[in-house]
Design a protein around this ligand. Structure first.
Ligand SMILES: [Zn+2]
Length: 421
């Protein structure tokens, strides 16, 4: 009977005979519990984890990868990226970054940054707008087709905002050119329509801007977005930097995540816990703020904002707010890749008193829940996508080892391997 099966397998055309890859892991980390199991074998087949455990038999024809001195963790996630965006740092007008760039050019930047990120270990990203005419939606599709190496992309399409997008004081004669990047939506019905337009174009998350002008979204407007998005099984993320009534409205309306939230009060953080609103805290380290400047006077200077961000993250953590890692790196910093800049945020999380296992969880399994991909990715579990990273040390003891990721597998395909074999 066995021989018969062997002949049948040999007779199958090659693509149907998926190759098994076996990884010998020094340890496999489970971010949900912050624990790890030593001397494990991970079998990968058809882009997925087929089995994981100790003493698992390795099929004789499997390709074996020896990572027996390494810690294997699930691929990292960032819930707040802008891969097609390269803001001009300093005090230039906010619009200057997109006025002279085509959607095609933006898509190519997205692919370029996507490859950098996935090779550094970020295997899933949530890209929250500012990608011209849906450039990032197409970037996600092209990666999914296998045309390019990149992370899984959860894309927001265009940012939905009250009239004016994130522009201010544009002369009336210029017209609302910001519609290249934003959808103006005023009143619950326009908000509903904007949500539908984005979903129609392929968005997997809805991004609202809650406080960019003296006026802001009302409770009813945010409720309309949440209602419409949730009906389609899609989460809502809202940009709120300054707190105030804008933050109250967002929390009360039950958005899935509040982004930035640098000025949230303790009472608002408490309310977020009660309403199960995640904070994607985008904790800019000082070296990023020094380049971004005050965003044309919208933000206080770096020496004021940097400690404020650490304090807010500490307060959110102490209040028990559900935290998910998001970097919001908006520009290129000379001498560093985007991934290196993103991993620079780990310093802020440590400074806020958050433990390595909690940080890893915010970058993997908890992020997967917010992104609604936890049934597909985010842990090293049988049946989930083979998105794996290896580090020389245990990330639950030393989170900085994430800066030394030396092996990355994305959907079962090796995209980084610095080991000589
Ligand atoms: Zn952002």
């Amino acid at each position: 009977m066995k021989a018969c099966l062997g002949w049948i397998l040999l007779a199958l055309p090659l693509p149907l005979m998926a190759q098994v890859t076996a990884i010998r892991a020094g340890a496999v980390v489970d971010p949900r519990t912050g624990t790890s199991k030593a001397n494990q074998v991970i079998l990968v087949k058809d882009k997925k984890i087929q089995a994981v455990g100790a003493g698992i038999a390795i099929p004789p024809d499997a390709t074996v990868i020896d990572l027996s001195h390494e810690w294997l963790s699930p691929g990292l996630m960032d819930a707040h990226t802008h891969l097609t965006l390269a803001e001009t740092g300093g005090e230039g007008p906010f619009e200057s970054f997109y006025l002279a760039e085509s959607t095609a050019f933006r898509a190519m930047r997205g692919l370029h940054n996507g490859e950098i990120l996935v090779r550094a270990g970020f295997t899933t990203i949530r890209d929250v707008g500012n990608s011209a005419e849906y450039a990032m939606t197409d970037v996600g599709r092209a990666i999914e087709q296998g045309w390019f190496i990149g992370p899984t992309v959860i894309d927001a399409g265009k940012i939905i905002a009250p009239w004016g997008g994130q522009s201010r004081n544009i002369p009336a004669g210029q017209g609302n050119f910001w519609k290249y990047e934003y959808i103006d939506a005023d009143g619950p019905e326009e908000v509903r329509k904007a949500v539908r337009i984005n979903i129609y174009q392929g968005a997997k998350v809805i991004k609202l801007v809650g406080d960019n002008n003296p006026y802001h979204f009302s409770l009813e407007e945010i409720r309309a977005a949440v209602d419409e998005a949730h009906r389609a099984g899609i989460p809502v993320a809202i940009h709120v930097i300054f707190g105030g009534e804008e933050a109250d409205n967002a929390i009360e309306a039950g958005v899935d995540s509040l982004e930035h939230g640098f000025y949230l009060t303790d009472a608002q953080l408490k309310r977020m816990v009660a309403k199960n609103v995640t904070l994607v805290s985008t904790d800019f380290p000082r070296f990023v703020l020094d380049v971004t400047g005050t965003s044309s006077g919208m933000l206080p200077p770096p020496e004021v904002l940097a400690p404020l961000i650490i304090d807010r993250l500490r307060r959110a953590h102490q209040a028990g707010v559900h935290l998910v890692f998001g970097s919001d790196v908006p520009l290129d910093i000379p001498g560093k890749t985007r991934a290196e800049v993103m991993l620079g945020y780990l310093d802020v999380w440590l400074a806020a008193g958050i433990s390595p296992p909690e940080i890893l969880r915010a970058m993997t399994s908890d992020a997967a829940k917010l992104l609604r991909v936890d049934k597909e990715r985010g842990t090293i579990t049988e049946g989930l996508a083979a998105d794996l990273i290896a580090t020389p040390d245990d990330p639950t003891k030393d989170i900085m080892t994430l800066r030394k990721v030396d092996f990355v597998m994305k959907n079962g395909r090796i995209v980084t391997d610095t080991h000589s074999r």
